[in-house]
Design a binder for this molecule. Sequence first.
Ligand code: 5AD
Ligand code: SF4
Length: 484
Amino acid sequence: MEDFNNLLKDIDLSAEAPKEEPQRQYYYMAKAREYVKQLSKRLGHTPTCHIATFGCQMNARDSEKLMGILEQIGYVAADSENADFVLYNTCTVRENANLKVYGRLGHLGAVKRSNPDMMIGMCGCMMQEPDVVEKIRKSYRFVDVVFGTHNIYKLAELLVSRFESEGMIIDIWKDTDKIVEELPNERRFSFKQGVNITFGCNNFCSYCIVPYVRGRERSREPKDIIREIESLVADGVVEVMLLGQNVNSYGRSLETPVTFAQLLQEIEKIDGLERIRFMTPHPKDLSDELIEVMKNSKKICNHVHLPLQSGSSRILKLMNRHYTKEHYLELVEKIRREIPDVSITTDIIVGFPQETEEDFLETMDVVEKAQYESAYTFIYSKRTGTPAASMDGQVPEDVVKDRFDRLLEKLSGISAKHIDKYVDTIQDVLVESVNDHDSSLVTGRMRNNTLVHFPGESGLVGKIVNVHLTEGKGFYYFGELSDN
Ligand code: 5AD
Ligand code: SF4
């Protein structure tokens, strides 16, 4: 933070904006600071900002970058939407995510009517859909800035445009081949951090809108990733989560190609880093090399999130997933055999077009055989523009609901069985927070990602400690600090 302050102070705002990044954004951050200062005088307080983040870990990570920029230009973070600048970082992976955003935005419009200096921004995946932007332009005219997933790094520049003109500023890019490094960053946790390794997705699963809204896959250079993690570790981070839509395809498009397993081995060498997590690997190209590296690693956590989506090879083909039920089960078996005490979790979609009862029973069969530690389950949601949206045989709602309930019941029975496995053992737990409901407890995570609650104080947050697990509670444990 110090560094950015000095850097921005020395920028000559009477000169033209530089063309190259990130220098151009430093210039606009310095300029935006001046506008925020004026706003502050007018308001009589330091302007506040709030980012509401919808959706996945990619969006959570983007929001940290956006907050980093806002704090550099002089906003202070507020807990609620009663703020001078409110930014919605949206998700569009399922339709109800969109509906939620419109509902909240309508409400925010009413708040803005009583505070005309308030500004509202919309960004993230929903904004990459032309219909959404059209709707905002027509029906939510009180919105000040609209931008997408490819140009979040331009927030300061867009705000300057808004400060200098009337009306809504809209800047959406269809795609990009650019990755802008070295921008501010406001981290949510002092001890753990998500780190992007790839952006975008090239898989085009037929139900999924992500490739259309996040663009083609781009990998960051290994040296940039390593440098970022080294500086995080120097700053107290002990756990990183490597983020990509399909981490297995990391590095293929780099000038000097590198595999994901090779990247992991480099990250493993970073002194002071204790735990490495990643998400999400695609089953179609989870390599033996990766399993080998995980097996021999002291830092990579024994947790694999391996999205199944469907257990029916016929539906998987329609989904364009490029694996079969048998291939998936072999993979699960190999992972369980090679990586001791691994936990395997998954994503499952119910009610994909043409899914029959037999197809669904194949999914139930995989769930039984894979014995997932836990799973995220989704009802298929039709996303306009994806191939599945125009497929025949959409499954009736009541049939989907019935399958969904049966699946949940099966999954919860299986997770409950797992949770007894480690009762009366001692496990290392990274303490993440004071417990929300009972402040005499702290909450942390085992290496396999299971939650543990145990008596402790806030001083333990960020530390890895040994915990004796005393009781399994369905999907988490109770325990007590152990001296061993
Ligand atoms: N409908 C339901 N679930 C979906 N997912 C992605 N697209 C859809 C959709 N159209 C789920 C997948 C993916 C997770 C992040 O979201 O299971 O793995
Ligand atoms: Fe969507 Fe498939 Fe890409 Fe995941 S791998 S983001 S499900 S298209």
